[in-house]
Design a protein around this ligand. Structure first.
Ligand SMILES: *Cc1c(COP(=O)(O)O)cnc(C)c1O
Length: 394
């Protein structure tokens, strides 16, 4: 059939470019050591920053919620799908973030789709960093607002765009808090200052900053001491928080509006009870202790320094996301495959996600990695790095 021929042609093209991949099927839960085809592998590519996916308090909360409420919520939030644990989660999230209100969605992806398309009208302009996440790009595509892209973290360009969009009803600057491919942090203080000078709204997506940046993992706004000056904070419950979901934290009026306007909130079933209960337990774990976040940063900083000492190019990394730049897609895939043979899983990130010659493996250090784990990873990387001529130390 014709449509299948078209699909096959796409697939052939991806194979030619070295971009074709098969999905790996893991035989154990998310953790540091996981089973793949019966082999024990050290993985350094999950977003399970704090190791919360198998935290005892979270598992207990999930099991108890299933016993009390069953496995599904039965409806969208606006009908019978808002349970008391959904509301409690939002209250405690808002308190944790230091905002008036929070509204939970089914995922970080749908949060951006719902929030951006609700806030942005045809008379508005949205101003977006070129490296923002796909869910932001798609959320913007759903709107009729004028779209302006600025070069990654380029504040001069941002200011020019702000000057040139003054005729619009409102302007919204959208940025990732931590950028997922390079592990660098958005210059939020500069963005806030420009936004205040030009009367624009600041919207920050803290998917990779939730549970990572700021006191107890409160996010990038807290990290930079910008409470009250960032209007819309997006967070995910899928990464460091250990379950799945997303949220908007901000003004009570924003929440009230989104309850009536955000389409994934209105037309897609709410989080299952076990998920809401898990997220609530996770927020309490974060609120009550900063130990895991401290452990995460200790691991990330020592591991990044060790890689740099070996001579690896870790790009712009300043967070637990640590890329090793390898090169073109075929070479990068080969590098990742060799590491896997050594027992280390490091996901390759290829063109068009990154530039053709900036293919990389992306390592994500977690609080759960032990010193022995990190030493094992370094040994594997040193061995394979030398094979590929990425480092030259004898
Ligand atoms: C991962 C990610 C998302 C999507 O979050 P999910 O909860 O996995 O849907 C949104 N924004 C950014 C910046 C992300 O990195």
């Amino acid at each position: 059939m014709k449509y299948l021929d078209d699909l096959a042609a796409d697939i052939e093209g991806w194979k030619r470019d070295g971009r074709y991949r098969t999905i790996k099927v893991w035989e154990s839960g998310s953790g540091t050591w996981m089973y793949l085809n019966g082999r024990r592998i050290l993985q350094m590519s999950s977003n399970n920053y704090l190791g919360l996916t198998d935290h005892p308090a979270l598992k207990k909360a999930a099991i108890e919620a299933i016993e009390k409420y069953g496995v599904g919520s039965g409806s969208v939030r606006t009908i019978t799908g808002t349970l008391d644990i959904h509301e409690q989660l939002e209250l405690e999230l808002a308190a944790f973030k230091g905002t008036e209100a929070a509204l939970v969605f089914q995922s970080g992806f749908t949060t951006n789709q719902g929030a951006l398309s609700a806030i942005l009208g045809a008379d508005d302009a949205v101003i977006s960093d070129e490296l923002n996440h796909a869910s932001i790009i798609d959320g913007i595509r759903l709107t009729k607002a004028a779209r302006k892209i600025y070069a990654h973290k380029d504040m001069n360009q941002l200011e020019v765009v702000l000057k040139n969009t003054q005729k619009h009803r409102k302007r919204i600057i959208v940025t990732d808090g931590v950028f997922s491919m390079d592990g660098d942090i958005a210059p939020l203080p500069d963005i806030v200052q420009l936004a205040e000078a030009y009367d624009a709204i600041v919207y920050v997506d803290d998917a990779h900053a939730s549970g990572v940046l700021g006191k107890n993992g409160k996010g990038s706004t807290d990290h930079f001491g910008l409470h009250g000056r960032v209007h819309v904070q997006i967070g995910t419950l899928s990464k460091a928080i250990g379950a799945v979901g997303g949220y908007v934290a901000g003004a009570q009026l924003l929440k009230e509006h989104l309850i009536h306007s955000a389409r994934p909130f209105l037309f897609s079933t709410s989080q299952p009870p076990a998920v809401a209960a898990t997220c609530l337990a996770a927020i309490r774990v974060l609120r009550d202790s900063s130990d895991l976040v401290a452990r995460l940063w200790h691991n990330a900083d020592t591991f990044r320094s060790s890689l740099q000492r070996l001579g690896f190019d870790t790009g712009a990394s300043e967070t637990p996301i640590i890329p090793i730049i390898v090169g073109d897609p075929i070479r990068t895939t080969h590098f990742s495959d060799r590491l896997l043979e050594e027992g280390l899983f490091a996901q390759s990130i290829l063109y068009p996600t990154v530039a053709m010659d900036k293919g990389r493996v992306r390592l994500i250090v977690t609080a759960q990695h032990t010193e022995e784990d990190l030493a094992f990873a370094l040994d594997s990387l040193e061995k394979v790095g030398r094979e590929f001529g990425l480092i030259y130390i004898s």
